[in-house]
Each structure stands twice: as structure tokens, then as C-alpha cells.
Design a protein around this ligand. Structure first.
Ligand code: ADP
Length: 488
């Protein structure tokens, strides 16, 4: 299949969050399965050019793109997705993308990404390459389905192209004043946009993308259901319910080349299901790194690695952690940064329990691997979680997750059952201190039963959330869309 994937972020060129990782992984694993996949993103000035062998595309130079009353000159560049047989095209447009940042709060943010969206389509024309699938991601490129059906509606080359829009985070929708539609060169196609929004003086990129994409995906099956409800829908629930037949949740995969305790280059001791002894040695290394006494080696070590924002359920820790530390013998290691009040909470917890609590403030990729390898229990009590990666890493590392039953957490972690000896974590349902406390207590008390604990660890370590597996779901989706094409 020919797949054109358009995204504001593609790792390692640009990565602000999960979007960058998932875009790159989709490209990599689709290419691995033999598809002709080409990725398109902006040529931000934050991209480190020299080492990446970025070269101009002769057939796509000095392209003039008219957007409303402005005209932009585009120069396309090409490079390779590391470790994959897939081309990444970078849209060069210095006035838009040379701002020292991937995202801005500038007045033309809508244009930066509308230009990207159209640029991807223009590029395909210049290359005389007809994608079977255009795959757009989040609000930035959500207008792709509209452009394909309007301005490019009569282009023969795109007659059979289908569009997929993936929702990585519906918290960001790209909402701008209604006049913006003129900047997009879509003023002749007002009726393609949500009329009530326009009446209220705004235009919502993501919403309009959801209205017109052939298929919509999000990053876990549970989240796909949740966003159709008022609690999780961020105002889009009604529309998402209307499009429920075309909405599909596909769990993100993880890269087990990077996250595997048998081969991890960031941890001092490797271990596996067959030989778990390295885990305790990693715990000792982590205790030392955290400046905590190794007398905590025999007690459970609880951990967390997270952006410190409301979404991640830090408020539950604020309500529960002190009481838990007073009632149970365990150590706590936290890595993260974010909202000041959450950082202050962890600093003050560390002050009150200096011999048992360590807060690493900041972002540290290597340390995040050591924590996954050394800790016994991993906390992820999110308020909402489209997919979540850390709980999946934790399963692989035998670091038993304590999660709230929401989004991707509900799809990846199963509550341990004493009777049946099944399950791989501790799952609670209601977002309150009592439920969270119950789950942590359950984990801490189970830890004392060595045989049961070992079983839980191994159950989790056996699970497979590899991209090799998940990519098949996307292939199936594309194939179904193309079949629909043949039947047209
Ligand atoms: P989200 O994308 O909402 O932040 P995910 O669990 O999907 O949550 O992904 C977060 C990723 O960022 C994980 O790979 C996690 O290990 C990493 N991460 C988050 N905070 C830190 C940190 N302070 N240091 C290192 N890695 C971090």
C-alpha cells in the first residue's frame, strides 16, 4: 500500500510527546512490512541538520502555495527515517518553521499547520505519487480530509485516496476564530465546516477533521469508547458518537528494542523471566543512586515516572501517600517535572521521609530505565489516559503496575486475582483517594507473598504489546478502506 503520513512531530526529528514516537513507529513498522510509506513534517529549525543527510528534492523546489491573501514559497527536503526503509519529507518554509520551537502561541499557528497539510498533498502531486491512504494526526493535520475533498477534489491522482485521522490527545483541538477559514483558502467551502461553530465565531480543526475523515482512530479501545461520553469527550462526544461506526481504538505498541530488561543498555544488570536475579541488583543500584539505604532492599520499592500534570493523578498521591508511608514499610522513587504544586508536594514528602523517599526532578531517559528495572511497583493512577506507555514498560520489567481503570491502562493491565492466580497488576476504578489507597495497599501486602508476587511479575513480563503486533491493526484498517474503494 502507498501511505502518506503527515504529522507535526516525527521522532527523532521532532518529539514533544507520544505523537512523535507513534508517528515514527507507524512509519517504521509499515515500511518493515513492505509498504511504500512516506512521512511529511515541517522542517523546523530545531532539527539538527548536519548528521541527518537532509537533501533537497529536485522536483519539489520553490513551490508557491497561496493561502488566503498570503503566498508561501515551499522547498522540500528529504531524509530517511532512522532504522527504516521510509522517506521523511521536510517542508521547508522559513517564515513559518524557523521559530526555535515546534509549537508556538503566535497568531499564525493555524497557518503553520494548514500549510503543512496542503504541502503534503502538493508534494504527492509533484512526485506523481498517489497515496492509497493519507494518514493525518491530531488537530494540526486534521483538515487534510477537507482539503482532499475540496481544493483537490478534482485531482485525478487522489480519486481513490482515503483519509484516516488519528486522535492522540483530544485535549488539544486547534480552535481559532471563524475568519481563519479565509486564511486556509477554504472560504468557498464554508459549508464543509461545522456551521454552529462558525456562527459562534470559531472554527475547530479537530472537530472538522473528525467530521470528514473516512476513518478515525484513537490510541486504545477503551479510550475510543470513553471519548464518546461527556466525562472524557472534551465537547466532541456527540460528534464522536455520530461517527462511532468509523471510530476505532488501536493500542499503541512499544519498542522492545529499547525497552527490554534482557538487553536494555541503560541498566547495570540484565534479567529475564527465567532468571530474575538481576532485578534485585538493579534495585540496589537504584537505592544507591537515590541516596537511600540498602536496608530498604527487602521492602517494596514504589515508583513513578511522569509529567507532573493533573491528568496523571498526582492529586491522589497527595491525598494518600503520607498515610501509606506511615502505615507501611516501603521506599518511594519519583522522576518527573511539571506543575509547581506537584513538584513542591514531592519535595516536601522527601523532606518528611528523607530516608525513604527520593524525588528526582527533571527529565532523564537513562534514569527512567533504571527505575523501571529496579522498582517493584509502578504507580499510574491517571484521571484519563489515551494509551500510556509507562505501564506497558513496567509490565515488561516485572515492575507491577498500580493503575486506574481508564483508557489504555484498562486495556493493558489486568487486576490480580488471588484465587485464580491470574492478572498482572492492581487496578482501581474510582478516581478518589480511598480507591487508590486500596490498590496500593493490596499491592504492598501481596508483595510479602513471594510466590504470588513472582507469578504477577511473570504474568506481566509475558505480555506482548510490540509494534509488530499492533501494526497489523492499522494494515487491516487500511485494507478495509481500500476494499471499500474497489466496491465504489
Ligand atoms: P504522556 O505521553 O501522557 O506523557 P505516556 O506514558 O504515554 O504519557 O508517555 C510518557 C513517556 O515519557 C514515557 O516513555 C515516559 O517514560 C517518558 N517520561 C515522562 N516523564 C519522564 C521523565 N521525567 N524522565 C524520563 N522520561 C519521562
Amino acid at each position: 500500500m502507498r501511505i502518506c503520513l503527515v504529522s507535526a512531530e516525527i521522532a527523532p526529528f521532532a518529539k514533544m510527546g507520544g505523537l512523535g514516537d507513534v508517528s515514527a513507529a507507524l512509519g517504521k513498522y509499515l515500511a518493515k512490512n513492505g509498504h511504500d510509506v512516506r512521512l511529511v513534517m515541517p522542517f523546523y529549525d530545531t532539527i539538527d541538520a548536519p548528521e541527518l543527510n537532509i537533501r533537497p528534492v529536485a522536483r519539489a523546489r520553490r513551490i508557491l502555495l497561496k493561502m488566503g491573501d498570503k503566498t508561501y514559497e515551499l522547498d522540500f527536503f528529504k531524509t530517511q527515517l532512522p532504522g527504516a526503509n521510509a522517506d521523511v519529507y521536510l517542508v521547508g518554509c522559513p517564515p513559518l518553521y524557523e521559530r526555535g520551537a515546534v509549537y508556538t502561541t503566535d497568531g499564525d499557528e493555524h497557518l503553520r499547520f494548514a500549510v503543512l497539510t496542503r504541502a503534503a498533498i502538493e508534494l504527492c502531486k509533484r512526485l506523481n505519487w498517489a497515496p492509497d491512504i493519507f494518514h493525518a494526526n491530531d488537530w494540526h493535520t486534521a483538515l487534510l480530509p477537507i482539503y482532499i475533498k475540496t481544493i483537490y477534489g478534482y485531482d485525478k491522482i487522489f480519486q481513490k485516496s482515503k483519509t484516516v485521522l488519528t486522535l492522540h490527545n483530544i485535549g488539544y483541538q486547534g480552535i481559532f476564530p471563524a475568519e481563519t477559514v479565509n486564511d486556509l483558502s477554504l472560504s468557498a467551502f464554508y459549508f464543509w465546516f461545522d456551521s454552529q461553530d462558525l456562527y459562534r465565531g470559531k472554527v475547530n480543526f479537530l472537530k472538522n477533521g473528525i467530521r470528514h475523515a473516512h476513518k478515525i482512530t484513537t490510541v486504545s479501545p477503551t479510550y475510543a469508547r470513553e471519548i464518546q461520553t461527556e466525562t472524557y469527550g472534551a465537547g466532541l462526544e456527540k460528534l464522536l458518537r455520530q461517527r462511532a461506526n468509523d471510530l476505532l481504538g488501536i493500542l499503541n505498541g512499544v519498542d522492545y528494542q529499547e525497552w527490554n530488561p534482557e538487553t536494555d543498555v541503560f541498566i547495570p544488570f540484565h534479567y529475564s523471566i527465567k532468571n530474575l536475579s538481576g532485578k534485585k541488583k538493579n534495585k540496589e543500584a537504584l537505592l544507591k543512586k537515590a541516596g537511600l539505604s540498602t536496608r530498604w532492599l527487602q521492602q517494596p520499592m514504589v515508583s513513578m515516572i511522569s509529567r507532573l500534570v493533573e491528568q496523571k493523578g498526582i492529586d491522589l498521591l497527595m491525598g494518600a501517600m503520607e498515610g501509606l508511608l506511615r502505615r507501611f514499610e516501603f521506599s518511594l522513587v519519583v522522576l518527573g517535572s511539571g506543575a509547581i504544586r506537584y513538584e513542591q508536594f514531592f519535595f516536601s514528602l522527601q523532606e518528611r521521609f528523607p530516608e525513604r523517599v527520593k524525588f528526582f526532578r527533571g527529565y532523564d531517559y537513562a534514569l527512567s530505565h533504571l527505575i523501571e528495572a529496579g522498582a517493584d511497583i509502578f504507580l499510574m493512577p491517571s484521571l484519563y489516559e489515551p494509551c500510556g506507555l509507562n505501564q506497558i514498560y513496567s509490565l515488561k520489567y516485572g515492575t507491577v503496575p498500580v493503575v486506574r481503570k481508564t483508557g489504555g491502562l484498562a486495556d493493558t493491565v489486568t487486576l490480580y486475582d488471588w484465587q485464580k492466580q491470574t492478572g498482572d497488576g492492581f487496578v482501581f476504578e474510582h478516581y478518589n483517594t480511598e480507591s487508590f489507597t486500596w490498590a496500593v495497599e493490596y499491592a504492598l501486602t501481596t508483595f510479602e507473598h513471594k510466590t504470588a508476587w513472582r507469578k504477577i511479575m511473570i504474568n506481566g513480563m509475558k505480555k506482548d504489546f510490540s509494534w509488530e503486533k499492533q501494526i497489523k491493526e492499522y494494515e487491516k484498517l487500511y485494507e478495509n478502506l481500500m476494499q471499500a474503494n474497489d466496491e465504489d
